[in-house]
Design a protein around this ligand. Sequence first.
Ligand SMILES: NC(=O)c1ccc[n+]([C@@H]2O[C@H](COP(=O)([O-])OP(=O)(O)OC[C@H]3O[C@@H](n4cnc5c(N)ncnc54)[C@H](OP(=O)(O)O)[C@@H]3O)[C@@H](O)[C@H]2O)c1
Length: 250
Amino acid sequence: MKTAIITGASSGLGREYFKVLTEIYPDIEEFWLVARRENRLRELAESVPNAKCLILPLDLTKTEAVELYRQKLEEKKPEVEILICNAGFGKLGDAVDIPVVDQTDMVTLNCTALTAVTLLTIPYMKKGSSIIEVASIAAFSPTPRMTVYSSTKAYVLSFARGLRRELKEKGINVLAVCPGPMDTEFFDVADAKGRSKLLQIMPRCSVREVAYRSVVQARKGKGVYTNKSIYKFYRILTKLLPDSVTMRKL
Ligand SMILES: NC(=O)c1ccc[n+]([C@@H]2O[C@H](COP(=O)([O-])OP(=O)(O)OC[C@H]3O[C@@H](n4cnc5c(N)ncnc54)[C@H](OP(=O)(O)O)[C@@H]3O)[C@@H](O)[C@H]2O)c1
């Protein structure tokens, strides 16, 4: 069955990815929606009555959840047209001030789970299919006061780019999407509201635009997508200048 899989589908960018896919992937027969909040996933599925959805309420920081995901793949043997690894979170503050468990969970979700979900899914993908790995502009340079978060996103970007080269012969494209700030629940989870002047003034990216354009770019076979000229320019700067110049404390 032609399938699309989205992790972190219960809010923000993941939610929007679902809507975009239902519009521009008419041949998808089933959507797998993954996140912890089952009620949110059910509401989302009901918002598009024609879309057949499989709700997977999983906490991807748990090894058992990743094992359940593996078993579901084995049981259903889907033909995955597009995989979007979007589940992730960040925390604002000096690394030593944030509870260690939050930081290690961040690494587990943003890096370990993303890697596991991707690698487990690839055997179910064919030529012409796409993987989108959600990174961030924080991937371009270390970001003090979001040090662990930016490190996880640097991993995601590097992982996506390396994997893209490996999967080229199979005809599977991997795109890393690196959005700037978007007004989602991310900032509540990050405990960032009103705690960073820089974050407050940074131009916002539209969730809809990021979701739509990154899917289009992935289908075109592109490797990296960043929204908004200012953040595209920032990406170039971080390639040309040393970190000591481009790094900004949030
Ligand atoms: N918003 C921004 O400014 C921004 C900028 C650049 C990149 N990003 C990245 O974009 C992605 C989506 O973030 P967002 O802005 O849409 O934030 P969001 O609204 O907070 O969405 C995060 C999603 O991840 C899911 N999630 C969190 N912990 C999980 C866990 N343990 N297991 C499974 N799912 C989990 C959440 O669902 P449940 O809580 O229901 O589990 C939710 O669906 C993230 O990777 C984030 O790092 C965001």
